[in-house]
Design a binder for this molecule. Structure first.
Ligand code: NDP
Length: 286
């Protein structure tokens, strides 16, 4: 058996096209261009690439983008001041503060300062709470990308046992919350695993849908996968062989029913869902 490859890159291109059409309709009807402001503190090379990619994607979708850069040494007050200005600027609809932040800045202080109505990353506690309660304003981008991939590839979520390995606030926890909600795209039975989980392989082998968000290259081996399961690899690990996921892709191909590659799987969907949220923040989708 060879697993079906779930082409996240192609799906992201489709979603971005859909968004571009919606943006142009919105601009025509309202005479307002949706605008995303990104805040980048310091010179972290990976963060610079991420922000550049987000800006490029905005441009292609017809969304205006702003980049606000602060020095690595900037203080928390300076950053909070910038966030307050962007909150107050009616031309800015969505805002994100690129993580990680330098050690002198408390990320939780900054994320809570972002106006929840502009919080397109959906990291603000109000948006997290709304998500948990099943009435989200924005869905966080990577989990939303994973959910879209499952739905649009017709992978049955309702009633499935979904095992997620990784309980971070940006991927594992919100994704678990989304997939367990009542209704379309939800109704799964979710198990959320982490570094203290006992007999991890026994748990992952019971998954109809196995989602890896760990940050360890090729950690999920073929023997941890139930034959025919859907495997979603969120991991992005830089190795001597280039970018690899958290799943041993070559070996998993022979066991899984469907699987995402890295790169070209979940990654491109994350940015597509950021565009979706920016359009929603501008009032087009709510
Ligand atoms: P974190 O480092 O915040 O979380 C990693 C999680 O994996 C933790 O919950 C940790 O458990 C768990 N874990 C670590 N080691 C083990 C182990 N041996 N057994 C079981 N669980 C383990 O990572 P993120 O969620 O931020 O990111 C995960 C991966 O996804 C990374 O590779 C990242 O680059 C990638 N990523 C990709 C995105 C995309 O757009 N495709 C977006 C965001 C992230 P514990 O809590 O107990 O420490």
């Amino acid at each position: 058996m060879t697993a079906r490859i779930l082409d996240g890159k192609a799906l992201a291109a489709t979603i971005r096209e859909e968004i571009r059409d919606e943006v142009s309709r919105f601009v025509e009807q309202r005479g307002v261009q949706p605008c995303l402001a990104a805040v980048l503190v310091g010179e972290d090379p990976a963060s610079q690439v991420y922000v550049r990619n987000k800006q490029r994607a905005c441009e292609r979708a017809g969304i205006a983008s702003q980049l606000h850069r602060l020095a690595e040494t900037c203080g928390e007050d300076e950053l909070l001041q910038l966030v307050a200005e962007l909150n107050a600027d009616p031309a800015v609809h969505g805002m994100l503060v690129q993580l990680p932040l330098p050690a002198q800045i408390r990320a939780e202080k900054v994320l809570v300062a972002v106006d929840p109505a502009k919080d397109v990353d959906a990291f603000h506690p109000e948006n997290v709470g709304r998500l948990v309660q099943g009435r989200p304003r924005f869905l966080p981008c990577t989990p939303h990308g994973v959910q879209q991939l499952l739905v649009r590839e017709s992978i049955e979520i309702a009633g499935a046992h979904v095992v997620i390995v990784g309980r971070s606030d940006i991927v594992g926890k919100p994704l678990a919350n989304m997939l367990v909600q009542r209704g379309a795209g939800g109704d799964a039975t979710v198990t959320l695993c982490h570094s203290r989980t006992r007999e991890l392989a026994d748990v992952t082998r019971s998954a109809d849908i196995l989602i890896a968000a760990i940050g360890r290259a090729r950690f999920i081996t073929a023997d941890m996968i139930k034959p025919g399961a859907t495997v979603i690899d969120v991991g992005i690990n830089r190795t001597d062989d280039g970018l690899v996921g958290d799943v041993d892709f070559e070996a998993a191909l022979a066991v899984a029913g469907a699987i995402t590659p890295v790169p070209g799987g979940v990654g491109p969907l994350t940015i597509a869902m950021l565009l979706h949220n920016t359009l929603a923040a501008a009032g087009a989708l709510i």
